[in-house]
Design a protein around this ligand. Structure first.
Ligand code: ARG
Length: 578
């Protein structure tokens, strides 16, 4: 049983008394403004005309006809509303018993449905820049949200592993080799080669041409060139995976752009057969003006080369064929809005009804104010080496977390574990700052915000989780043995009602593809709980009254488990001690 079930039960009780479908009543239920008024209410205003009576009169009549039950302790009219107060037993069931379960918050809403999530998907042959954390963590959180709400989830890294930049690497690589070096090929070395190329190309215009020639050889399938390309890709992925491991992110498939090399001809044929391909200055495009998109979509360039868009069309067809998805999400920055509008519109024109299940889950920019990260670096240009790498940001965050832990940690266990803890807190801080605002907003990163131990940060939630864990350990009480019906104070009820919202928050966050809803909820839960916790006079957790202590420890454990489950969705560790 959960909060939604209680709403449905209230709707059923009302439906037995009025001539309205239960679903309609269910949809009309609201939360009363003051907790003493009740926990859910039905507005009678729309009935007034039909019943030719004033709403307060209708509400009073209805309330009189519905008697208290196991689920609802009180049914009363307040103005034009019929308000229901959830019984202590039912509240204990949905907010404590349910919240202590290992799978708390999970639901079957998505059962039988499949979602494909394309996220992170960086252009490789260079390390991840800090802004890649956006797609990576948003996508990973969405994958966990969908899984928690019962969907089958397929995660895909659509690596940018094909393009002239590989030609550039090959130029730099062979130049180094010709001058007697044996250049390394790992991710760091690839960046070096990349920078070397651009530095040399500034004064030597032939190099760009050479790079294009290398790429042409690659496209033509020249065995030696393909071999070299493969080394760069494999090394790149190896480097990426190290970072993904650190962020606890996994992909079911690394099917990058190159994977579609042999699949685009068929896609292009289908475009041709549907009469969508139009010649334009020697190139092939699809016109989209009739569906309100002015820019035509480029399918084949004048030199016969295929495009990013063609690859995405082929990839969409492939995914549908392979996974039979209901939804296919593309977690990609706002800037690519036009690209995805074009792709989805073309898929529709090709006659694919499933294109309606494709969605661009877009997000805003991540930036660092000048000076926040050392020197003059901004998220700007890789070419000039002015990029902030994600690895460096994580390293700095962990360093700063370590300072905080070393300054505060009194406990030996904490001291001995400081390295691991700093990793969890530092990385958690960076991840959480991704979820502090709705995804479409731009993010201005700040260390003070990310590492604020007093509130609205990942470390604050982790710290609350650790504090509650210590409290439970200290109590010596076994979790799950309390009687939740003893939790009747207004503050306790407020915590219980907030806890009961958790499954709905997960469903809402999934429906909107908005993990920040979970972050916002966890902060609110902490705030509500801390009001109770601060009230030592009335709400001391551990007292001489064993029954009351047991009930309160269960409440604490329910909050702790909710924090843990919520942080897990966001990809953040929940340490037991801090
Ligand atoms: N590699 C692209 C970029 O870095 C993002 C790819 C997103 N996924 C896709 N199917 N287009 O801009």
């Amino acid at each position: 049983m959960n909060l939604n079930d209680l709403y449905a039960a209230a709707a059923d009780l009302l439906a037995a008394k009025i001539d309205l479908p239960a679903a309609e009543i269910r949809a009309a239920l609201v939360q009363p403004p003051q907790p003493e008024m009740g926990d859910l209410g039905f507005p009678c205003f729309t009935l007034a005309k039909k019943l030719r009576a004033a709403p307060p009169k209708i509400a009073a009549d209805l309330a009189a006809q519905i008697s208290a039950s196991e689920l609802f302790a009180k049914i009363a009219a307040v103005g034009g509303y019929v308000n229901f107060t959830i019984s202590p037993a039912a509240l204990g069931e949905i907010a404590v018993k349910a919240a202590l379960a290992a799978d708390w918050g999970a639901s079957s809403a998505g059962n039988g449905k499949t979602v494909v999530i394309d996220f992170s998907s960086p252009n490789i042959a260079k390390p991840l820049a800090v802004h890649h954390i956006r797609s990576t963590m948003l996508g990973a959180a969405l994958a966990r949200l969908y899984a928690t709400t019962g969907w089958r989830v397929v995660t895909i890294n659509h690596l940018g592993d094909w393009g002239t930049n590989f030609g550039q690497l090959m130029v730099a690589y062979t130049r180094a080799k010709n001058s007697g070096e044996t250049p390394a090929t790992d991710l760091g070395a690839q960046l070096k080669l990349y920078l070397e190329f651009h530095q040399a190309a500034e004064t030597n215009s032939v190099l760009e041409e050479e790079a294009r020639a290398w790429f042409k050889k690659l496209e033509d399938g020249d065995a030696e060139t393909v071999k070299m390309w493969k080394i760069f890709v494999d090394e790149s992925v190896k480097g990426l995976q190290k970072l993904y491991d650190r962020l606890n992110v996994k992909f079911d498939h690394y099917t990058g752009e190159s994977f579609f090399n042999d699949k685009m001809a068929a896609t292009q044929r289908r475009l041709q057969e549907s009469g969508l391909l139009v010649k334009s200055d020697g190139a092939l495009v699809v016109e989209l003006q009739d569906v309100g998109i002015d820019a035509p979509c480029l399918i084949q360039k004048t030199d016969g080369a295929t495009t990013y868009a063609t690859r995405d069309l082929a990839a969409a067809e492939y995914r549908r064929r392979e996974y039979n998805f209901d939804k296919c999400l593309y977690v990609v920055a706002n800037q690519q809005e036009l690209h995805f509008r074009q792709i989805f519109a073309i898929l529709k024109k090709m006659g694919y009804a499933w294109a309606d299940g494709c969605e661009h889950v877009k997000f805003g920019m991540l930036s660092f104010a000048a000076g926040v990260f050392g020197e003059e670096r901004a998220t700007g240009s890789t070419r000039k080496g002015q990029i902030i790498f994600l690895d460096d940001v994580l390293a700095r965050a962990v360093e700063k977390a370590r300072e905080i832990i070393d300054a505060n940690g009194r406990d030996d266990e904490v001291k001995n574990n400081a390295g691991r803890l700093a990793e969890q807190v530092g990385v958690g801080a960076v991840i959480f700052s991704e979820f502090m605002q709705r995804r479409q907003k731009d993010v201005l990163f700040s260390w003070d915000k990310a590492l604020n131990m007093q509130g609205d940060s990942g470390p604050y939630l982790q710290y609350t989780h650790a504090r509650l864990s210590s409290l439970i350990a200290k109590s010596g009480v076994a979790v799950g043995g309390g009687d939740a019906q003893l939790l009747t104070s207004a503050l306790s009820r407020a915590v219980l009602l907030t806890l009961a919202e958790f499954p709905r928050v997960l469903l809402g966050a999934t429906a909107e593809n908005e993990p920040s809803r979970v972050a916002e909820y966890l902060l609110e839960l902490c705030a509500v709980f801390n009001r109770l916790y601060a009230d030592k006079k009335e709400h001391q957790i551990i007292t001489a009254d064993a029954a009351r202590t047991a009930a309160r420890i269960d409440l604490v454990a329910a909050v702790r488990n909710t924090l843990r489950r919520g942080l897990a969705v966001l990809g953040i560790a929940a340490p037991e001690k801090m």
